[in-house]
Design a protein. Structure first.
Length: 965
């Protein structure tokens, strides 16, 4: 039997220095690990599998590193060159190229940098193959034959393998052979790594050697970094299957693997197990190696995990073999459970096969990730190029800007220098000018001083001359004035005499007038009696008419009774008929007489009014409202019978002898109302004027007096003159309907404030400019843009007054106490038509509440109030002027001097009836104003304003202006 045929002869190994592969691997940064082993492997091993298997190198390195572990499996510690076994198997076994990162035997590994699953699988495969084909037959041979040299099994099977060259038929002979190879390789490596290269230092695991400063990362490395984070997303299955594999980046794998797995790196570390175990001359005793669970020693970093324990004897008795190899002369006698082992290996083999399959899948995922990373790296490289170009451009721009900046700085320097020069020049100029100006000013000062002195002298002389002249003139004037005074005194004496005579004459006239009035009164009484008689006659006639009607009825009955009767009956019927006709005629005559009487009454009434005077003045004193108002003035009403006089005790006066006295000032008016009189009684006096307005007269009723004297109370209070007048007019209109008179009544309410007209019936926002228009033919005044309300019911008057009050209150917020600072005029137009007589009349009733009559000097006001007061005083003065001019019978009446007189033009004067109420405050504090008001009223009272004329005309005669009553 040729054992040489049976024995395994390893193919020629290429245990060259792994550094080229390492460098290649490192330079690729783990992106492509495949070419490593294909280039380093021996030609014999190369065809056995794909040349670009990515895990070949790690696996091979693993074999080289873990030879002792491998040998432990076979019970041939240190004897079997695992590298040789590995390459033998890689050349023979079909699974050699299968790669995986998952280690199915992970639980057996305890290294800090565990071998890849591929390397572990390959190890197991090769181990099992070696066991089946090399060791077991040989062991069988040993067991069966003792120390036989022939390779026979129990069945006489011959393996056909070449017999080992070593004569010994024990496993130790094989191990020895492999050991030789291993040793030679290790020696070669040791030699190659005696002086570690820079790269070797870099890859040294455990950090025993100093590390160079980290180089700047290439784009490929940078590309690899994000991949680390992407890995779980890209190949989660792979990462999950990589349990037990240290999670590192691809780049770090590229660098870490050599450090941990490649023989060159591990060999450079003298302290590693590998170095210790197979390094030249430093191999420690085998028994001291720390076995892993799989029997692999841990070479990375020299650290050995797990408890170091004595290697257990395997079932195959490897330990015995080991011991025997230590004592080669003693043959192994122990029996083996080969079948059990084989089954175990079969199982493991299946597991590993599955692991390889999954590893292939993972590998594809990794490759895709790497492809992505490459693309990313390329993109980044392009970006970097582009950024570099931009950077260059910006650099050049910065350079040009820098140049510009320098140029500008130079320019600036030049300008600064120029400016400084200019400044100096200006400074010198200014100094020169200042000196010059100073000189001129001094000169002018001197001149002015001289002129001033001259002027002063001249002025003094002129003043002295003027003084002299004025003194002379004053003396002349004094003599002249004293002469004039004497003349005036004489004149005054004669005028006083004339005046006394005139007074006497007037008194006589008054007496005559009074007697005339008495006569008229008696006429009126007679007329009234006559009217009463006529009324009684009318009553009698109507009674007679009724009687006659009764008689007629009786006669009719008689006629019916006597119908068929005689001629007597028909005669009596005719008589009755004639009497009836007579009675009807008498009734018509009585009615006509009644209308005639009414007309005559009007004529007589107006004649009486005219005789009383067309301007009448009445005085009213209001009561003291409360004691807090102050002391009451001393006011007396001496003529209780006629109620026409008021005596006011004037202020204290000092006589020429120094005595203080108070004069009683009597004032006489048409009527004086003491404080106790109510509005009703007052209205009784003015109702005749309201009747005149109905008869077609223009009537004006003023209230004049100082603020708080009771003007508004008299005019506009709920029972004042305005509401009463309107109510009276309604009543009269209703009664006159019997006499064929129909009336329309229109009201408007205006205010004169600061010589401007305002409509009190239109809210402030809608106010338009009011304009006064006069109709000279009709003697009527209209106010343009002024609201006119048809007063067809008594309620409307109250609504109208309320609205006017509201609008006045709104205006009062702008100008304080506006109501007492303006004149308000209530204008009532009355147009009547008689359907029987075809008469038409148009009268106007003006009820005026004048503004407070305080004098400016007393009121002590400023600003807006002063303007108001001036306007009030002006308008009141104008009113006085108009009345005075009317009294004098002047050809020109100054109506246009104020808005108020202009508005009341046709209600003041010849064609109108005027009544002035002078309102008096009862307080001592208002005494001066009271006297002033009473004096003004007296002046008005003494004025005779001609004869009032009614506007009553026959219809159709208005245009011709005829038929005036
Ligand atoms: N005859 C009177 N009987 C009772 N109270 C009166 C009488 N006359 C005036 N008063 C009261 O005196 C006060 C002042 O009267 P009123 O406002 O009418 O004065 P006026 O002259 O219109 O003042 P102004 O010019 O400021 O409008 C009011 O409170 C009013 O009620």
């Amino acid at each position: 039997m040729d054992h040489s045929e049976w024995m395994y002869t390893p193919p020629p190994l290429n245990f060259h220095d792994p550094r080229p592969r390492l460098r290649r691997s490192a330079s690729l940064s783990s992106l492509d690990l495949r070419p490593v082993i294909s280039r380093s492997r021996s030609p014999a091993a190369a065809p056995a599998g794909p040349a670009n298997s990515p895990i070949t190198t790690p696996r091979r390195r693993f074999w080289q590193r873990t030879d002792h572990n491998h040998s432990r499996i076979f019970g041939c510690p240190g004897e079997v060159n695992t590298a040789a076994s590995s390459f033998t198997l890689s050349a023979l076994h079909p699974f050699q190229r299968t790669t995986t990162t998952k280690d199915p035997l992970h639980h057996l590994h305890s290294t800090t940098s565990p071998p890849t699953a591929a390397s572990s699988g390959a190890l197991l495969l090769s181990s099992s193959y070696l066991l089946v084909h090399l060791v077991i037959p040989r062991m069988r041979t040993i067991n069966m034959d003792g120390n036989t040299t022939e390779n026979h099994n129990n069945n006489g099977y011959r393996s056909g393998l070449r017999a080992p060259r070593v004569h010994a038929t024990t496993t130790s002979s094989i191990a020895t052979t492999l050991q030789e190879i291993t040793n030679s390789e290790n020696n070669a490596r040791a030699q190659a790594t005696a002086i570690p290269s820079k790269r070797a230092y870099q890859f040294t695991a455990g950090g025993g050697m100093p590390q160079p400063e980290a180089k700047r990362k290439t784009l490929a490395e940078k590309a690899g970094e994000p991949l680390r984070s992407q890995l779980p997303a890209v190949a989660p299955a792979a990462s999950s299957r990589l349990a037990g594999v240290k999670p590192t980046s691809i780049a770090s794998l590229a660098t870490a693997q050599p450090a941990s797995n490649i023989p060159g790196a591990s060999r450079n570390v003298a302290s590693t197990n590998f170095g210790k175990s197979i390094g030249p001359g430093s191999r420690p005793p085998i028994s001291s190696r720390a076995p892993t669970s799989m029997g692999f020693s841990q070479s990375v970093g020299g650290a050995t995990k797990g408890p170091v324990r004595q290697r257990p004897a395997t079932a195959m008795g490897n330990r015995v073999v080991e011991e025997e190899s230590a004592r080669p002369s003693q043959p192994q006698k122990k029996g083996w459970d080969v079948d059990g082992r084989l089954n175990e290996f079969e199982t493991q083999f299946k597991v590993m096969k599955e692991a390889f399959d999954s590893t292939i899948t993972d590998r594809k995922a990794w490759e895709e990730s790497m492809e992505l990373a490459k693309n990313k790296a390329n993109e980044l490289e392009r970006d970097r190029q582009r950024l570099m170009e931009q950077n260059h451009e910006l650099q050049s721009q910065i350079g040009s800007l820098h140049q510009d900046k320098q140029n500008m700085q130079q320019e600036q320097q030049k300008l600064i220098l120029q400016m400084e020069a200019e400044e100096r020049r200006h400074k010198y100029d200014i100094e020169d000018k200042l000196r010059e100006h100073k000189h001129q000013v001094d000169e002018m000062k001197r001149e002015f001083k001289a002129e001033l002195d001259q002027l002063r002298r001249e002025q003094r002389e002129a003043l002295e001359a003027m003084e002299r002249r004025y003194r002379a003139e004053l003396e002349d004037e004094q003599t002249k004035k004293s002469k004039e005074i004497q003349e005036l005194r004489q004149k005054l004496g004669s005028e006083q005499e004339d005046l006394n005579l005139a007074i006497l004459r007037k008194e006589r006239e008054i007496q005559e007038m009074r007697s005339l009035v008495e006569t008229l009164r008696s006429d009126l009484e007679r007329e009234l009696t006559f009217k009463g008689t006529l009324k009684s006659q009318l009553t009698e006639m109507s009674t007679a008419g009724l009687k006659m009607e009764d008689q007629m009825r009786g006669l009719k009955a008689k006629i019916e009774f006597l119908e068929s009767d005689s001629k007597q009956q028909s005669d009596s019927f005719a008589t009755m008929e004639a009497r009836l006709q007579e009675a009807l005629r008498v009734a018509d005559e009585a009615k006509e007489k009644l209308i005639k009487e009414e007309t005559e009454r009007r004529v007589l009434f107006n004649k009486y009014q005219e005789l009383k005077g067309n301007i009448r003045v009445m005085c009213r004193v209001r009561p003291v409202l409360s004691p807090s108002e102050g002391d009451a003035a001393m006011i007396g009403f001496p003529d209780e019978k006629t109620s026409a006089q008021i005596d006011v005790t004037g202020p204290e006066e000092r006589t020429s002898l120094g005595a203080i006295s108070r004069r009683v000032l009597p004032f006489e008016f048409d009527r004086v109302f003491p404080p106790a009189v109510h509005n009703e009684e007052v209205f009784g006096e003015i109702s005749q004027l309201v009747q005149s307005a109905l008869d077609g007269y223009n009537v004006c009723i003023f209230c004049y007096g100082q603020t708080g004297s009771g003007k508004t109370y008299t005019m506009s209070s709920p029972d004042g003159m305005i509401p009463r007048a309107v109510h009276m007019i309604y009543d009269t209109i209703t009664k006159l309907k019997e006499k064929s008179w129909t009336y329309t009544m229109e009201g408007s309410f205006v205010e004169v404030y600061n010589e401007e007209l305002h409509d009190l019936l239109t809210p402030g926002k809608e106010l338009k400019r009011l304009e006064i228009r006069h109709d000279d033919v009709r003697k009527q005044t209209t106010v343009l843009n002024c609201k006119t309300v048809a007063l067809d019911s008594p309620d409307k008057v109250e609504i109208m007054l309320g609205e006017a009050q509201r609008n006045r209150t709104v205006a009062a917020t702008k100008a304080n106490e506006r109501s007492s600072r303006s004149h308000s005029v209530f204008i009532l137009k009355l147009i009547g038509e008689n359907s029987a007589t075809h008469e038409r009349c148009e009268g106007t009733l003006n009820l005026v509440d004048l503004a407070g009559s305080e004098r400016l000097k007393h009121s002590q006001v400023e600003g807006e109030r002063m303007r108001e007061t001036q306007n009030i005083n002006k308008s009141l003065a104008c009113l006085g002027d108009v009345i005075e001019a009317l009294g004098k019978g002047s050809s020109h009446i100054p109506y246009r001097n104020s808005k108020l007189t202009h508005l009341l033009q046709y209600s003041l004067g010849g064609n109108s009836k005027t009544l002035m109420f002078v309102m008096v405050s009862p307080l001592e504090a208002h005494l001066k104003e009271t006297i002033t008001s009473l004096r003004f009223a007296t002046k008005v009272h003494n004025t005779h304003i001609g004869t009032a004329k009614s506007t009553k005309k026959l219809k159709g005669a208005a245009a011709s202006g005829s038929s005036e009553y």
